[in-house]
Design a protein around this ligand. Structure first.
Ligand SMILES: CSC[C@H]1O[C@@H](n2cnc3c(O)ncnc32)[C@H](O)[C@@H]1O
Ligand SMILES: [Zn+2]
Length: 428
């Protein structure tokens, strides 16, 4: 199957200026991209007045938490998590997880995200949903070792890896997921790292999200959370995806320097939970890869990556009192190429290039809030919102066209979500 996208403004995110041209997709890959492509195609998408860019990559999600959107707002993180999220999650069945994940996927496809990194429970169901819906995903069974040794959860983590790595036409990859320094004590955390090293698996974890976490880890280990992870060998032994990394001092940042992987910055969740502002520019200056994610809809409330792009740039400008910091082009890179590095899939996605997988979004800029056009990158970072995405293509397959979802029955989805979310949250 060949698809030709015609007469579109192309933003490759590969250090070149935007240009008007055509993109040819053959099966799952981009096979030509230039000013004019002469080729036969099974489908021609006339994209005059649209911008093509790489699909956005959400580097930190908990997809099924979309069932908990708006259920518990305006609380501190530990109250929100312990008193609201965990009790509600304890009631979730595998079917709930499937529908919650699908709701997130519908929102992500509608707002231009083509890939997500997910950490949650009952991850088989998330994998089924991703396989069916057509998104690209890096899936992780979250591991918490507080009340017991977490043996059952480790079994589920390994089962997920064995069943799903490389499946769904290669769209699914997997990681190991010790949840955080405050929910995974030293010995089990070290065991997960050893396993990750043996299996050559990346690790997805949370780091230094709140001041309370820093205090807890200081009391328990007399270390900062970053020192704790450094001292148990995480940064030298495996590729690691660190969500948040808000409370890092300059010594901590030095410890992350040279690590494989990097940090998912999740500014909307950090803002809403009042966690603080991550030292994004200091990390980037030290050569640390910083991508972008939303965190779950239970905290961020939406999973529209265009909101994260805006929040990321605004926060750094505000924090440094300098509007020149974290410009539009850099924020867009964080949501595409840099997030792809965090998921270790940058050979395949994150930029528009011949030979890469065809994960492409088309944004309709024939709208009042997107005119006139001075700088395409500024327009994409500061003016576009998720609702402007017209077409979403993953692995060469069109998942949304003219804002119609092609792989999800939304009517059925909303019915399922409505009754399931009521049951899960009742009385919590
Ligand atoms: C064990 S599966 C993942 C686990 O993470 C919880 N979670 C969601 N958002 C956050 C966050 O911002 N910080 C810490 N933990 C978070 C989620 O509720 C699941 O229990
Ligand atoms: Zn999270």
């Amino acid at each position: 199957m060949k698809t030709l996208i015609r007469d579109v403004t192309i933003l490759t995110m590969n250090d070149e200026a935007p240009f008007v041209g055509d993109i040819l997709i053959d099966e799952e890959r981009i096979t030509n991209i230039q000013a004019e492509v002469i080729a036969d195609a099974d489908e021609v998408i006339k994209a005059t007045g649209m911008v093509a860019m790489p699909g956005l990559i959400n580097a930190h999600q908990h997809t099924p938490m979309s069932l908990l959107r708006g259920f518990s707002d305006d609380l501190k993180l530990m109250d929100w998590l312990d008193k609201k999220m965990l009790p509600a999650e304890a009631r979730m069945t595998p079917e709930d997880i499937y529908w919650g994940a699908k709701l997130s996927m519908a929102e992500m496809i509608r707002s231009g995200t083509t890939t997500f990194a997910d950490m949650y429970i009952h991850m088989n169901e998330v994998a089924f949903a991703a396989e069916e819906v057509g998104m690209r995903a890096s899936l992780t069974r979250g591991l918490v070792f507080l009340a017991d040794d977490g043996g059952k959860r480790m079994g589920e983590a390994l089962d997920l890896i064995n069943r799903w790595t490389g499946k769904a036409e290669g769209r699914i990859t997997t990681m190991l997921g010790p949840h955080s320094p405050y929910t995974c004590p030293k010995e089990p955390f070290k065991e997960v790292i050893a396993l990750a090293e043996k299996l050559k698996m990346p690790i997805h974890t949370h780091l230094a999200e709140t001041k309370e976490e820093v205090i807890k880890i200081r009391e328990k280990y007399n270390q900062t959370p970053a020192e704790f992870l450094y001292n148990i060998g995480l940064f030298e032994r495996t590729h690691a995806l660190l969500a948040h990394s808000v409370h890092l001092n300059s010594h901590d940042i030095g410890l992350l320097k040279g690590m494989k992987g990097g940090v998912s910055h999740n500014p909307v969740s950090n803002l809403k939970l009042g966690c603080g502002i991550a030292p994004v520019l200091d990390m980037i200056e030290q050569g640390i890869t910083v991508g972008l994610g939303t965190d779950g809809a239970g905290s961020a409330t939406t999973v529209d990556m265009f909101e994260e792009i805006k929040a990321a740039t605004w926060l750094q400008k505000l924090d440094h009192g300098d509007p020149t910091r974290l410009p539009a082009s850099q924020a867009l890179l964080m949501a595409t190429r840099e997030s792809a590095k965090l998921l270790n899939i940058h050979d395949e996605v994150g930029t528009l290039e011949i030979g890469k997988k065809a994960d492409i979004i088309l944004i309709d800029i024939r709208k009042p809030h997107l005119q006139p056009i001075h700088h395409i990158e500024s327009l994409m970072a500061y003016s576009v919102n998720g609702g402007d995405v017209d077409t979403t293509i993953v692995n060469g397959k069109t998942l949304m066209r003219g804002r119609q979802l092609l792989t999800i029955d939304e009517e059925e989805l909303f019915k399922q979500v409505s009754c399931r979310s009521k049951r899960i949250t009742e009385g919590v």
